[in-house]
Design a protein around this ligand. Structure first.
Ligand code: C5P
Length: 208
């Protein structure tokens, strides 16, 4: 079974997806981490983030893999912490905007999804990567609440800067952040993580 969880930054999708995966005994596939890891290695290797062909080549040569303990591995390194830096937040939409990059990622994400029951989180999962997913959810939350959540994730970065970065990232990601026509839209502004997870478990139970 595939559960697709899409939504913008701060909508709650990472926490919801990992909690849900644990609860269901499914694997958790974080596609945002894949774009982040590619951005990290492009920076390390001096690959221009405006060069789609070079980035696609890098993505093909250096595939990201996920360890069971939450690790994100690339080129022999665990990059799970490094890919959450504010610098990566700012650069990742440029990397993810290239159709050549998305094509490589899409194929890899589909291959990983074939490995068994999965909760896949991202922005285009229900619509593009896994249109046949059994359950599709698109999470939303109001802008202030999303900025507050982001601030909790990024201690040490000024709230104003984070809010501006979030707005900028929303704009640049908008074209690839589109709910599937058959996705269930869930506003998480007033909900706890557990409440969101419960609702999705209800959707999963209804189809199995
Ligand atoms: O979900 P997260 O904020 O970690 O995603 C990081 C970035 O990766 C997004 O801002 C977006 O540019 C890109 N992304 C994407 N498609 C996905 C997942 C993430 O374009 N399915």
């Amino acid at each position: 079974m595939i559960v697709a969880i899409d939504g913008p930054a701060g909508s709650g999708k990472s926490t919801v997806a990992s909690t849900l995966a644990r609860r269901l005994g499914f694997r958790h596939l974080d596609t945002g981490a894949m774009y982040r890891a590619l951005t990290w290695i492009a920076l390390r290797d001096g690959v221009d983030v405006t060069d789609g062909a070079a980035l696609a080549e890098l993505a093909r040569e250096r595939p990201v893999s996920f360890g069971g303990d939450g690790s994100v591995e690339l080129d022999g390194e665990d990059v799970r912490t490094a890919i959450r830096e504010a610098e990566i937040d700012r650069l990742v939409p440029a990397v993810a905007s290239h159709p050549e990059v998305r094509a490589v990622m899409r194929e890899r994400q589909r291959a990983l999804a074939l490995g068994g029951d999965s909760v896949i989180e991202g922005r285009d999962i229900g619509k593009v990567v896994a249109p046949a997913a059994d359950v599709k959810v698109f999470l939303q939350a109001d802008e202030d609440e999303r900025a507050r959540r982001r601030a909790a994730d990024r201690p040490g970065v000024e709230a104003e800067t984070l809010a501006a970065d979030l707005r900028d990232r929303d704009e640049r990601d908008a074209v690839n952040t589109v709910p599937a026509a058959d996705a269930v839209l869930l506003d998480t502004t007033e909900l706890t993580i557990d409440e969101v997870v419960e609702r999705i478990v209800g959707l999963v139970d209804a189809v199995r």
